[in-house]
Design a protein around this ligand. Structure first.
Ligand code: HEC
Ligand code: HEC
Length: 265
């Protein structure tokens, strides 16, 4: 059991980098003893991006399969989030601004160009996630959550979440993620990570500021409402706004300049 668990990451990394195996064989093993008895050739696995990224969809969900029934799973949905957002999160794991050893371990050997390709692939997907059962949640908590998401709280200096995450909460191009279809535990954990500094974005880190201004009860209210809100019929992120954000966000500025650089290439 233990051995199987330890092997899994190696299998995942191999999936991502099919070129690793021939390189390792050439460097580390002697040539076959007899040229007359070639080793049996394994059945070829198609080397497509989709095939390699099965390593990711095992945790993040596969649009080609039924959505997982267990809404308590922690893994965030990544399908359909803006490519600029996904790309910078992958860089954040690689460069230590986010902490999740498995993610860091997977992205560390990958080049910027490959991470960009992966981000583009998932941004173009759509994955329906089952919302949490709202009838089981306290009405007052849901009402507070809805209020913070749609109106914010001026006394706490917390802007409405929809001001940045989009009217339909499907995100805003180029780099603000949608907030629906995420597990409640994941949302709570992200607020915890901003508060204790283990998740950071480029300065000014607007989510770090917002997380510091919300009480634990408010975070619980927001996550209850968001996780139990069904995804809208049109899951696409909204176009970039023409107005400045209600708080400056370094990650949004960074992604906009990455995008401008790539368009100029
Ligand atoms: C073993 C399960 C697992 C595998 C396999 C995995 N991930 Fe993750 N991934 C996670 C978890 C858990 C998180 C959230 C970590 C945290 O708390 O910040 C995450 C976070 C992410 C995020 C940030 C999501 C967001 O909304 O901010 C991206 C992007 C991501 N993963 C992409 C990938 C890609 C691409 C692959 C394949 C190369 C992959 N993941 C493989 C478990 C996994
Ligand atoms: C001023 C703009 C702004 C406002 C207002 C805002 N956000 Fe964000 N949010 C962002 C940006 C930008 C990111 C991406 C941060 C990064 O790159 O790490 C983000 C990321 C997130 C994430 C991470 C999603 C994921 O997939 O990991 C969550 C959760 C979140 N915000 C929740 C909220 C909630 C709840 C509110 C309202 C209380 C809110 N945000 C208000 C700009 C904003």
């Amino acid at each position: 059991m233990r051995a199987a668990f330890q092997c899994a990451p190696i299998v995942l990394l191999y999936c991502l980098s099919p070129s690793l195996l021939p390189a390792a064989t050439a460097a580390g093993q002697p040539a076959p003893a007899s040229a007359h008895a070639p080793a049996p050739v394994p059945a070829p696995v198609p080397d497509t991006l989709a095939q390699r990224l099965v390593a990711c969809t095992s945790c993040h969900g596969d649009p080609g399969k039924l959505p997982p029934r267990d809404e308590h799973r922690y893994f965030p949905r990544i399908a359909g989030k803006p490519a600029g957002y996904l790309y910078h999160q992958l860089l954040n794991f690689r460069e230590g601004r986010r902490q999740y050893p498995m993610m860091t371990w997977m992205v560390t050997p990958l080049s910027d160009d490959y991470l960009r390709e992966i981000a583009d692939y998932f941004a173009a997907q759509h994955l329906v996630a089952a919302p949490l059962d709202r009838t089981a949640l306290p009405t007052a908590e849901l009402a507070r959550g809805r209020q913070l998401v749609t109106q914010g709280d001026t006394a706490l200096k917390v802007p409405a979440c929809i001001a940045c995450h989009g009217q339909r909460l499907t995100g805003t191009l180029p780099a603000i993620p949608g907030l629906l279809g995420l597990p409640r535990d994941y949302i709570n954990a992200q607020f915890g990570a901003w508060r204790n500094g283990s998740r950071r974005a480029h300065a000014p880190d607007c989510m770090g500021t917002i997380a510091a201004r919300l009480s634990l009860a408010d975070v619980a209210a927001v996550s209850a409402w968001l996780a139990s809100e069904p995804q809208p019929a049109d899951p696409t992120p909204q176009a970039a706004g023409t107005q400045p954000l209600t708080l400056a966000c370094g990650s949004a500025q960074q992604a906009a300049s990455t995008q401008a650089r790539e368009q100029a290439r």
